[in-house]
Design a protein around this ligand. Structure first.
Ligand SMILES: Nc1nc2c(c(=O)[nH]1)N=C([C@H](O)[C@H](O)COP(=O)(O)OP(=O)(O)OP(=O)(O)O)CN2
Length: 150
């Protein structure tokens, strides 16, 4: 088995709903997504997937959809104010934790047809979460609504 890993840096804001600590307040992170792809055999170039292709496909999506965005729970009461002010945001049907963001990126990479094994999201220099699906035990659907703002 071969594995390749690409790191993609991006900034995001969020807050956690129903959370007792400081992360219940709006705040931001310089995050890092660590995307690992795997394959039993290499392609004709001797690669799992070209690092450049990962950057082009996944990096572009992260740049367009997540970078400099507020990632919010869809029930976050701040959403009407963001809409009123024309601020862009992303609404998820789950708390925007590092675990959820890792899964969001994993599912996007998988949807692009890439052989993703796992995604780790570094939220701070000291805290990270990793997602990989449990075989035969699907997670409840994770939905994402992007609001572009004006
Ligand atoms: N399992 C999780 N726990 C926490 C998450 C998370 O996404 N998954 N998120 C938060 C906060 O959003 C935020 O990351 C703050 O975390 P915390 O470690 O408390 O923040 P620090 O600034 O103290 O981080 P250091 O890097 O250790 O300085 C909370 N928990």
């Amino acid at each position: 088995m071969f594995r390749v890993t690409k790191e993609i840096h991006f900034c995001y804001g969020h807050r956690l709903l129903n959370y007792a600590g400081k992360c219940r307040h709006l705040h931001g992170h310089n995050g890092k997504a660590v995307i690992t792809l795997e394959a039993a055999a290499l392609d004709e170039l001797g690669m799992v997937v070209d690092f450049s292709a990962i950057k082009r496909v996944v990096g572009k999506w992260i740049d367009d959809a997540l970078d400099h965005r507020m990632l919010l729970h869809q029930n976050d009461p701040i959403i009407p104010e963001f809409e009123r002010q024309g601020e862009p945001f992303v609404a998820l049907n789950a708390n925007p934790t590092a675990e959820t963001i890792a899964r969001l990126i994993f599912e996007r990479v998988a949807a692009q047809g890439m052989p993703v094994a796992e995604v780790t999201l570094w939220e701070t220099e000291n805290s990270f979460a990793t997602y990989r699906p449990t075989p035969g035990s699907p997670d409840p659907p994770l939905t994402m609504r992007e609001v572009a703002g004006r």
